[in-house]
Design a protein around this ligand. Structure first.
Ligand SMILES: [Fe+2]
Length: 410
């Protein structure tokens, strides 16, 4: 991939949604150059440096880090020259340095809230299912106050500040280019706010950028925007927050843990939910089933969709949580409703579940065996399916085995 020119002095290696690699920026002064963000891995840094070499520019003398998230920092171990982040980012990375990188440890951190499934799935893709290769290193300089770097002909003003996305942001302002580089700072908070905006934080961010004179708003995972485009969008998000303050509080309260929280209100009464499963095909065309711990039946990985989550991402998350595999492209097999969709749990809970089933042969990682929910994972050929298929999943599995390719909706 090649560098894209944004202004006379600023270039960008574009983001890649496949593993959630962010944009990496290169700012060229007459005397020295500054990179913004260290990327997701040494491979990402290598791609960046190759692209810089291809246009004949010198390697960055310094790299500034916009915040602690893995996709912006795990390339630090391969970065040349000086490295700078906010002191808050350095503290956070010191904690991340203690983390173990195997599937069990990664999934445990999702339960404790230290990390989130989306990041771990992207990490598994970026590191080709070998997360043990991750080396977390610390930036050399920790900023508590703004710092102005003279790059020769242009300046870069690095300012540590809180942001709606995380508490540890570092924003980079290039006055001569009228450019503001913010990383993911204006995005929702996925760690503390379950993927929503916190109203005061968003309001503070809008105020902060309104006061700066810039034309180019350079973000972590999207195309460059103008100041007006950025402000219009952020204001619409803030209006949404304030206009729906009370209903949004309810969404926030239930979003993370919907079913247990609803159970406290309604007891065992039937809950209307959506379930998402994925039939993972190996290279022999067999599908992965798990022998469930609760009823001894064979079922594909799957579970209930969270509020705000897409059906596809729910299926991917469940495949990661239950089998430890990371799923990419999927096709919809079918949507299943009707009288056989009641689920009666041993504790007396009842659900009526719309089932959405996908098929995929695009995944990384070998299925884990003994897990919280399954005693075993095994691949089965179409003509050798086990007799005791999970009743809730039987229709979808039989449709797959019959080779149906038109989307089923019944
Ligand atoms: Fe981020």
């Amino acid at each position: 991939m090649a560098l894209q020119k944004i202004t006379d002095r600023i270039w960008m290696l574009p983001h890649d949604s496949f593993t959630d690699r962010p944009n990496l920026y290169y700012i060229r002064g007459d005397e020295c150059s500054l990179a913004v963000d260290a990327g997701a891995s040494p491979a990402h840094v290598a791609d960046f440096y190759r692209a810089i070499e291809d246009v004949g520019f010198p390697m960055p003398d310094c790299t500034a880090i916009t915040h602690w998230h893995w996709d912006h920092t795990f390339g630090l171990c391969a970065v040349q020259g000086d490295t700078i982040a906010s002191a808050a980012t350095c503290r956070q990375l010191e904690a991340v340095q203690q983390w173990a990188w195997d599937r069990t440890s990664m999934q445990r951190r999702e339960h404790t809230g230290e990390d989130i499934a989306f990041c771990n799935m992207c990490i598994m893709r970026e590191y080709a299912a070998k997360p043990e290769q991750i080396r977390v290193t610390l930036p050399k300089q920790a900023l508590t106050q703004p710092l102005t770097l003279d790059l020769g002909g242009i300046q870069a003003v690095l300012t540590p500040c809180p942001s709606p996305h995380s508490e540890d942001a570092l924003i980079i302002y290039i006055p001569e280019e009228k450019a503001l580089l913010v990383g993911d700072a204006d995005c929702e908070d996925y760690y503390q706010e379950a993927g929503m905006y916190q109203e005061e934080a968003l309001h503070g961010w809008i105020q902060r950028i309104t006061g700066l004179d810039f034309q180019h708003y350079l973000i972590g995972h999207g195309e460059p925007e103008t100041k007006q485009q950025a402000l219009d969008y952020l204001q619409s998000q803030l209006d949404e927050c304030t206009g729906n303050a009370e209903p949004r509080k309810l969404v926030r309260a239930y979003r993370g843990d919907y079913i247990p929280k609803m159970r406290r209100n309604v007891g065992h009464a039937p809950l209307f939910i959506s379930g998402c499963t994925v039939l993972l095909e190996n290279e022999k065309g067999e599908i992965l089933l798990q022998k469930r711990r609760d009823n001894g039946c064979w079922a594909p990985p799957g579970g209930a969709m969270n509020m705000g989550e897409t059906a596809e991402n729910a299926a991917r998350r469940e495949a990661w949580e239950e089998a430890g595999v990371v799923v990419g492209r999927m096709r919809l097999l079918g949507v299943y409703t009707g009288e056989d969709r009641y689920i009666y749990y041993p504790n007396g809970d009842v659900c009526y579940c719309t089932l959405i089933t996908f098929v995929s042969n695009d995944y990384v990682g070998d299925p884990m065996q003994d897990t919280d929910e399954a005693v075993e994972h095994r691949f089965f050929a179409k003509d050798q399916l086990p007799d005791n298929l999970n009743p809730c999943d039987e229709r979808s599995i039989r449709h797959w085995a019959a080779g149906i390719t038109d989307v089923v909706c019944e």
